[in-house]
Design a protein around this ligand. Structure first.
Ligand code: UD1
Ligand code: CA
Length: 452
């Protein structure tokens, strides 16, 4: 039986290097705030409780943490006095918890649950503490893991406190730590702030543990996995690393990406095998695509369900609440929002379908739009099965078009249309014969007194 697990996510830092009005841990990678990546890992690991340590006066971080972890999953560290002090701040929220704790970071979105799982496994097997190390291409700024002859960690030395020899070590501390609660808090009570930064370093528990007879083991991860975001450049790096991972996963799962590097996924994009995605497609959060669908170039899709064998784009925009059944065709410059489209619906060019229910096989002509908003409220449009909406029809909602009905091109439809009827709502055409010829003749005479 595995021991009970808890997670503490450190997120009390200021994030000043982001130069942003938005708190650092709320900046998104793959469409999800950094903090929620860590919260998700903690959840996948079945950690309970899961506690975020946040700074004072950060209402937005607090709201995000509460939404993800519940009110009991938020602890405030005030003032921030180092990573050891931050972990201590979560003590009360741990309540009566006994078992292993994983310390995660609110600004490190790429850590895999499997990696922390390996750390729990090492702890179960060998006891003591487990830190996550990595071999840094450039170790500047990181704490160094100083190993003993048996490959265990003797201590962690922060860059600012390291000797030249210690700085030459490339094996660095990611910060992620797994330890037993009782052991960890006992060691934390012994940490002092007698160091270069005058902070309480969590990393000191390693050396202190050794003196108390608890050894520290190291699990190694790829550097990309432990990347912490401190600046916009690192945010972009983390995004790139996430995208690379998502593209590889899609290909592995049987999705064709014609030019993988130009397709952008969100953290929760779900794509079934045998979907083809053409170049330059962006998936915002909340998208699922069923098998056999094709997403053509330059489409932007968010919050949408795309049915099997549907064809989207090129240049299509699907917005939240777009739900497309099987074999739906959405062509160029068509926008769909909060609408249900039945099987085989076609909107091939230049249309806006918002707040609508569209029956199977309906055909929406070029330039047709739902007029769903009156400046105050949104209204629904109901289009029956096998309806033909003529080009440039304006459907002024709320309005219902019965099954099998037609609307004539250019109509402004303000009243319901009966099934199988044709609704015509446009000015009658009249003709003035020879008018154009006379007009041209009048215009071709030299203008009197006008400017040249
Ligand atoms: C820390 C580690 C270092 C490691 C590096 C990895 C310590 C002493 N050092 O250094 O060994 O190589 O991370 O990136 O732990 N935080 C709080 N409250 C605080 C201070 C920090 O919540 O009082 C949070 C920050 O928001 C951040 C994380 O803890 O998410 C790390 O803090 P930071 O100051 O960036 O630590 P480093 O100096 O980078
Ligand atoms: Ca840092």
């Amino acid at each position: 039986m595995t021991r009970p697990r808890a997670a503490i996510i450190l997120a009390a830092g200021q994030g000043t290097r982001m130069k942003s009005a938005l708190p650092k841990v709320l900046h998104p990678v793959g469409g999800r705030p950094l903090l929620l990546w860590a919260a998700d890992v903690a959840e996948r690991l079945a950690c309970a409780p899961r506690i975020a340590v946040i700074g004072a006066n950060s209402p937005r971080v607090e709201a995000a943490a509460r939404a993800a972890l519940g009110a009991e999953g938020v602890a405030v560290q005030d003032p921030p006095r180092g990573t050891a002090d931050a972990v201590k701040a979560a003590g009360a929220a741990l309540g009566a918890f006994e078992g292993d704790i994983a310390i995660l970071y609110g600004d490190a979105p790429l850590i895999r649950a499997e990696t922390v799982e390996r750390m729990f496994a090492v702890r179960a097997e060998r006891g003591g503490l487990v830190v996550l190390g990595f071999s840094a291409a450039d170790p500047t700024g990181y704490g160094r893991l100083i190993l003993d002859d048996e490959g265990r960690v003797a201590r962690i030395v922060e860059e600012k406190d390291a000797t030249a020899e210690e700085r030459a070590t490339r094996l660095c501390n990611s910060g992620v730590l797994v330890a037993d609660r009782g052991m960890l808090f006992q060691l934390l009570s012994m940490v002092s702030d007698a160091n270069a930064k005058m902070e309480f370093y969590l990393t000191d528990v390693v050396g202190l543990g050794r003196s108390a007879g608890f050894f520290t083991h190291v699990v190694e991860a790829e550097e990309a996995e432990v990347l912490g975001v401190n600046s916009r450049a690192e945010l972009a790096e983390a995004e790139a690393a996430f995208q690379a991972r998502a593209r590889a996963a899609a290909l592995e799962a049987g999705v064709t990406l014609i030019d993988p590097n130009t397709v952008y996924f969100s953290h929760d994009t779900q794509i079934e095998p045998d979907v083809t995605i053409e170049p330059n497609v962006v998936f915002g959060p909340g998208v699922s695509v069923r098998g056999g669908a094709r997403i053509r170039a330059f489409s932007h899709i968010e919050g949408a369900e795309i049915g099997p064998e549907s064809e989207i784009g090129p240049f299509a925009r699907l917005r939240p609440g777009a739900r497309l059944a099987r074999k739906v065709k959405i062509g160029n410059f068509v926008e769909v929002k909060k609408s249900n489209l039945g099987e085989g619906v076609k909107a091939s060019h230049l249309a806006y379908i918002g707040d609508a229910d569209v029956g199977a096989r309906a055909n929406i002509g070029a330039g047709a739009i739902t007029c769903n908003y009156d400046g105050f409220d949104k209204h629904r449009t109901t289009i029956g099965a096998d309806v033909f909406i003529g080009s440039d029809t304006a459907l002024v909602a709320p309005v219902t078009i019965g099954d099998g009905a037609y609307t004539a091109a250019g109509s402004v439809i303000t009243k319901d249309v009966a099934p199988d009827a044709l609704a015509v709502a446009r000015g009658k055409q009249s003709e003035l014969s020879g008018w154009a010829e006379k007009f041209r003749a009048a215009k071709s005479k030299p203008a009197k007194g006008g400017p040249e």
